[in-house]
Design a protein around this ligand. Sequence first.
Ligand code: UDH
Ligand code: NGS
Length: 352
Amino acid sequence: MRDSTGNFSVLHRACKLVVLLCFFHISVTFIFYVRSLDFRFAFAKHDQTASKDTVPDAFETNHFSVDNVTTITKELGKCPDTSPLLVGPLRIEFSNPVSLDVVRKENPNLKNGGRFKPKDCVALQKVAIIIPFRNRDEHLKFWLYYLHPILQRQQLDYGVYVINQDGDEVFNRAKLLNVGFSEALKEYEYGCFVFSDVDLIPMDDRNTYRCFSQPRHLSVSMDKFGFRLPYNQYFGGVSSMSKEQFLKINGFPNNYWGWGGEDDDIFNRLNSKGMTISRPSGAVGKCRMIRHNRDGGNEDNPQRFDRIAHTKETMNKDGIKTLSYKVVKVEKDQLYTKITVDVGEKMARQTN
Ligand code: UDH
Ligand code: NGS
């Protein structure tokens, strides 16, 4: 009897020990499991933070997937108000001709159509640059040579649109600018439009080709005018307007055929809608014009004085709302989008 009781107590203790060992084993396993969970969570958290801060090297925002389910977006910060890449005054001269192949090689980051976006930050504005054009290829080469590097340093999301007037009809600068506005918007959600003559080159990259709270006149200090404004209301050469500012004045007039007055009409439109002109300082706004002879087909417009006297009455009837034209050809180059257009004839000017 005593023997069997003794055996039972040994067995009992052995069982207790086994249970204790099992409990210890489960506890240790549990602790390790919890710790490994912590570690995995922390690792995932770290990974996400790192992915937010890392600047992607691709043109567009990067995505990568985890388990094919979650998508984490790499976010770029906004570009600063003043680009850190600006260098200030520039030497601009036109003595040596420019080769477009060289300009293409020197601007490897341009996308087809003369498009660019900064790699390391999100540009503050999407800018379409519109150039009225006909038979000025040598000037266009200089413009592309000088402007592309400047615009890239200005950290803009931009595209260059050369609006080429087809045929031999009298030149119509303002209507070409309207066409540029309308065609550029079909391609991309531009919010800002810079209208630039092909023969004007800024002499300082701090003269940013972007939009401001008021319409901007950029070519304020031209060499041909002795680096000053020819008159206070002058709005010719290079100017910029947001989409809203442009639409508020019904765009530009379509009926100024030949040289002169269309820029004064634009000034009158802005003025009549209560807008003021914003300008850079005379030093920052310095620019050079490529000297040239008077173009054929761009004779002085004899009606210009009469027309600018009646801007207020005509501006709602003549502008972007009544624009009509035909696209003849679209050419995409690395350096620009060239759109050749039939803008109609001078005879049609009464209505358009
Ligand atoms: N343009 C062309 N081809 C032309 C005419 C004009 O491309 O045949 C474009 C070009 O972008 C030019 C802009 O339109 O820079 C303005 O041309 P403009 O001839 O009005 O102005 P610009 O200052 O010449 O180049 C002025 C000639 C002097 C006029 C004197 C009037 N009394
Ligand atoms: C004014 C013209 C503007 C022209 C400006 C500068 O007289 O269109 O001269 O011209 N206005 C009228 O003719 C009504 S420029 O010296 O650049 O050829 O922009």
